[in-house]
Design a protein around this ligand. Structure first.
Ligand code: NCD
Length: 321
């Protein structure tokens, strides 16, 4: 879609299969949906002015039971740039009636009365699905505990499409907290759906290995993977580095022992391919030294920027018809 006049936009949206639906897991993203969203993402990134009023009179509630910087801010920015408005419950639900003991169900049913979409982050796996079953308006999962983070996976694959030659076989190293890292769970699942020309290397301490149900899914796609605790720098085309998820640990000593297991520094760059890319969903808490940021292979701040356009595309798909 290059000519972005309103008639073209109308025609383009005839391919939209997401209108009015929930976004709970990447398992619902078919390749045609990804193509639609990616085309829209590229168009928005080039020039979003033609889209700036399409969500006029629409209201998005951002309901965040867990901390967030990028996900909440990019959703709010995306909604504003499309002409919509926002009910932000992102500064901690303790300022809402949740602190008075209101149930999750009642909170969702109440916010449904004021909103056209609820973007939800919650510490429990499956919470987005529970919310979707309670309400008729779309729920977008912005992270359900250690479960999934589908909109992050979307911006991650769009970054890969832009930054890497996807016609070659790619080796993708996932590094860090693979057990609790929901961005890893969603991205691995999405990549399995999109390509067979990939190989995964899962690099983590023994206690933070990939959940076995996801490994079963990968085998179901006939995609090769290995698991190791040693980070080899010379083979991967993509490094997806993650933070050890402190908030998911009950034993602080164990967290303290594990943090800092893998750190990417300027020295690490020497052994990496020139064509490799280094991704991170952020926040980083020491896994990538800031001295790496200037290297052309560091794409994590480009991921951040892509998050805005990916979420604009998603909100349009769900709300614009
Ligand atoms: C991630 C998350 O919340 O799962 N952050 C994000 O949304 N970009 C990753 C993390 O917190 O480690």
């Amino acid at each position: 879609m290059t000519d972005k006049n309103q008639e073209d936009i109308k025609q383009f949206f005839k391919q939209n299969r997401m209108f009015g639906g929930d976004v709970i897991s990447v398992s619902q993203f078919e390749s045609l949906t990804i193509k639609f969203l990616y085309d829209l993402f590229i168009s928005l990134k080039n020039d979003s002015s033609e889209y700036s009023k399409l969500l006029k009179n629409k209201v998005m509630t951002a309901l965040f039971y867990e901390p967030s910087t990028r996900t909440s801010a990019s959703f709010i920015s995306a909604m504003s740039r499309l002409g919509g408005s926002v009910i932000p419950i992102t500064q901690g639900v303790h300022y809402s009636s949740v602190s008075k003991g209101e149930s999750f169900e009642d909170t969702i049913k109440t916010l449904e009365c004021y909103s056209d979409v609820i973007v939800l982050r919650h510490p429990e796996i499956g919470s987005a699905k529970i919310a979707a079953d309670i309400t008729t308006i779309p729920i977008v999962n912005a992270g359900d505990g250690a479960g999934e983070h589908p909109t992050q996976a979307l911006l991650d694959v769009f970054t890969i499409f832009e930054e890497v030659d996807c016609t070659k076989e790619l080796t993708i190293a996932f590094v860090g907290d693979l057990r609790f890292g929901r961005t890893v769970h969603s991205l691995v699942r999405l990549l399995c759906k999109l390509s067979t020309n990939i190989k995964f290397t899962f690099v983590s301490p023994e206690v933070l290995r990939m959940p076995t149900n996801i490994l079963d899914e990968i085998r179901g796609y006939n995609i090769k993977y290995d698991e190791t605790s040693v980070l080899n720098l010379d083979i991967p085309d993509i490094f997806y580095i993650t933070r050890i998820q402190k908030e998911r640990f009950t034993d602080e000593d164990q967290y303290n022992k594990l943090k800092g297991t893998y750190i990417i520094t300027r020295n690490s760059l020497v052994d990496m391919k020139q064509s490799a890319i280094i991704m991170h969903p952020l926040p980083r808490v020491g896994e990538i030294h800031p001295e790496v940021d200037e290297d052309h292979r560091a794409v994590y701040f480009r991921q951040v920027k892509n998050g805005l356009y990916a979420r604009m595309a998603l909100l349009l798909a769900v709300l614009h018809g």
